[in-house]
Design a protein around this ligand. Structure first.
Ligand SMILES: Nc1ncnc2c1ncn2[C@@H]1O[C@H](COP(=O)(O)OP(=O)(O)OP(=O)(O)O)[C@@H](O)[C@H]1O
Ligand SMILES: C[C@@](O)(CCO)CC(=O)[O-]
Length: 320
């Protein structure tokens, strides 16, 4: 019997990177899904495609695989979220298939969605009957193992759905559901040039070397808390301003590239109330808030976005 799960992706409205160090973040789970299917088996078989691994120069299409060089270890690294998720549930075998329409490393928490979907499917096959929260916790452990450092933001957003305010008190993380309606957002997906693991490591190195970085992360946390009030008061103008400021600090951390910087500039010129990168950066997702969504969509396209989404509703989390 085939067991399947649909795990949603996400955008970070405020607080990426700072959340890794315990500062708060606001995340929206979006109805753009990764589909995972699994069948009980005594051996391990993984199918994923079509998928384009630009960094490894591998194209896995429906009918052919093109490999530019010997990349076995790179492939294992690529599938490490899936492999670690299956391993963490203690299964000896599984036939698993991952279907995603998103460009690899879309900056939309695809790695978290792949992990949450795999945990949901594998746990059902192992007859574990897990809640969404339990799936989120296991998936977060997997992300920490694979990436070295990870906040619970992406995995909880994918598992639980909706709009979430993630904060830390002492050693405990709190995940609070927010009521967010009619937030007019456009998402542009640009080619991501580095993995989340690499970018989290880069910020961590800067934090160790440059004293003021701690203040930058702390300020991002303060912006997130102001944004929470703006969201509650439905003050979109203030929310947009705060997105712009948050983006400025992410730029200061060295997390943007030419395409993203160009998109942010053009979106503001086209009348966006606010625009920022979303996710780990260096390409990936850009989000813009505004009234005239169609003009923001064309700006994203003209700046080279591979995919553009208008967000009119949020997802309800993993379906399994
Ligand atoms: N179809 C897939 N099958 C297996 N693994 C995948 C698939 N799509 C993505 N992944 C895994 O997710 C990784 C990309 O995730 P990465 O953390 O770099 O970006 P992201 O999660 O989209 O971005 P962000 O963390 O910025 O939100 C890939 O390197 C791979 O390990
Ligand atoms: C960069 C980061 O803050 C978000 C990646 O989507 C990493 C994390 O929260 O684990």
């Amino acid at each position: 019997m085939i067991v399947s799960a649909r795990a949603p992706t996400k955008v970070t409205l405020f607080g990426e990177h700072a959340v890794v160090y315990g500062y708060p973040a606001i995340v929206l789970s979006i109805p753009e899904y990764v589909v995972v299917e699994g069948v009980r088996s005594d051996k391990f078989l993984l199918r994923s495609g079509p998928v384009y691994l630009n960094k490894l120069s591998i194209i896995i299409g429906e009918n052919a695989i093109h490999v530019a060089r010997d990349t076995e270890s790179d492939l294992v690294r690529y599938f490490s979220y899936v492999l670690e998720a299956v391993r963490s549930l203690g299964l000896n075998g599984l036939e698993i298939s991952i279907k995603s329409r998103l460009p690899v490393g879309a900056g939309l928490g695809t790695s978290a969605a792949v992990t949450v979907g795999t945990v949901a499917v594998a746990s059902k096959i192992a007859e574990m009957n897990l809640t969404k929260k339990e799936i989120a916790k296991i998936a977060w452990e997997v992300e920490k193992k694979v990436q070295g450092k990870a906040s619970p933001m992406d995995t909880f957003a994918s598992a639980l759905g909706g709009a979430l305010y993630i904060s830390k008190a002492g050693s405990d993380w709190n995940i609070r559901r927010l009521s967010v309606e009619n937030l007019p957002l456009v998402i542009g997906v640009f080619r991501k040039r580095k993995t989340t693991g690499e970018l989290v490591k880069m910020v961590n190195e800067k934090l160790k070397e440059i004293k003021v970085i701690e203040r930058v992360l702390e300020t991002i946390g303060e912006i997130t808390n102001e944004a929470l009030k703006a969201l509650e008061n439905k003050d979109l103008a203030l929310l947009g301003e705060l997105m712009n400021i948050n983006h400025g600090l992410l730029e200061a951390l060295g997390l943007t590239n030419k395409e993203v910087a160009c998109a942010i500039h053009s979106l503001k010129q086209a009348g966006a109330l606010g625009a920022k990168m979303s996710g780990a950066g260096y390409g990936g997702a850009v989000i813009a808030l505004g009234d005239d969504l169609d003009s923001l969509v064309s700006v994203m396209r003209s700046c080279g976005a591979e995919k553009v989404l208008k967000i009119t509703s949020l997802s309800n989390g993993v379906e399994y």
